[in-house]
Design a protein around this ligand. Sequence first.
Ligand code: SAM
Ligand code: SF4
Length: 427
Amino acid sequence: MNKSDSCLMEISMNRNGFHLSPEPDTADIVIFNTCSVRNHAENRAIARMKSARGLPGGRDKLVICAGCMAQRIGKELIANGTADIAAGPYQSPRIGEFVAAWLTDHRKRTFLSQEIADFSDRINEDRALERDPADWHEWVTITHGCENFCSYCIVPHVRGKLISVSSGKILSYIRDLTARGVTEITLLGQNVNQYGMDCGEIPFFRLLEKTASIEGLNRINFLTSHPKDFSNDIISVIKDHRTISRAIHLPLQSGSDRILTLMNRGYLMKDYRGIIDVIAAELDDFSLSTDLIVGFPGETVDEYRETLRAVETLQFDEAYTYAYSPRSGTAAFDLPETITPDEKRDRLAELIEVQRNISRTKLEGRIDRTEEMIIEAISKKSSRDVVGKTFLNHPVVLPGVPEDIGKIIRVRITGLKGATLYGERTA
Ligand code: SAM
Ligand code: SF4
């Protein structure tokens, strides 16, 4: 979502006469697009804002804090001089206007909230016109905000309530993109499966189906799904359309029913397993990734072990694992923390190790298979190799040339090194 917001900021800045600096350290204006999900991310962003000020000429730089942190603690950052402008995530498409006004008018430190009255649409049709024609992929925001209020999560507090973009606008935007050479899109939202529930729009599976009927798309991804809203209709639509990615990201968060309930996730382990059973029965090939949190307040060793067991039985291809980080303003913030930082670190390290071995075994299982992949870039390690991802989102390296970038090819997987598959082109 932040990558997508950064693209909108770039358009808005360009349109107001600013240009991307090739060298961030010498830029006159520095925009930090921030995340508030964990404390660590916020601390790093603050350190980087401060170090931008500390560079030669740094006092004269215009430092802007954008994104969720601006919404959460923007007033503080303005008051203590860390940032000159703090602009919440809804302001991304208008950031250039604010910067231009700041430079011409008052040069007074400014905080811009994201009240609904300030809402600016995150689908910008001009993005289709102004994008780099060589780039074949585009983010498409279909919902803003989130109303799920998972008890640990700051997102609903900083990004506001669920707002679905109209399906007419989304589909015509995607058609414009394909007319300009886009062949891969990612539909974005905090919980895309809730698309339309705020306004009587078509449900997510219909939007996915309509998107898949647009000519010219090689691959359609969607992020993020939520187990409580992941219906069988979605699986049927995926099954019927080869262009919809079979890489399913379905955050589990915990393997313990008690912790899932405390997290306010709205499903239990049996529900999650039920979804995976349907996916496995319906799709001939798929990959599964997830998000997991360890060390939620009150999580016992046995409950943590339930998460390990879930990982072992569900066999995720990939898991994004986090130590619980208390966020002020969330419901879980009021729960007493019972797990020490060292215990959280140990649980996380063990979980990562267990998952790493599973990921490796899953990747080994791809060797000798023939898969479709989209080539994304020249390899950083060798200019004679290209890298890309298969339809299951597995990274593959193979011999290639710059002209291959953006192309869809068939590849036979020949080996595995670290977490990367190696392959060769095949008919
Ligand atoms: N809306 C998406 C979802 O529900 O999965 C993404 C939300 S969040 C930006 C991405 C992941 O960060 C979550 O799935 C969760 O695992 C993790 N996360 C959120 N809040 C957290 C916290 N307070 N401490 C640790 N991890 C957290
Ligand atoms: Fe946060 Fe839950 Fe919403 Fe995801 S679904 S953004 S974890 S509140």
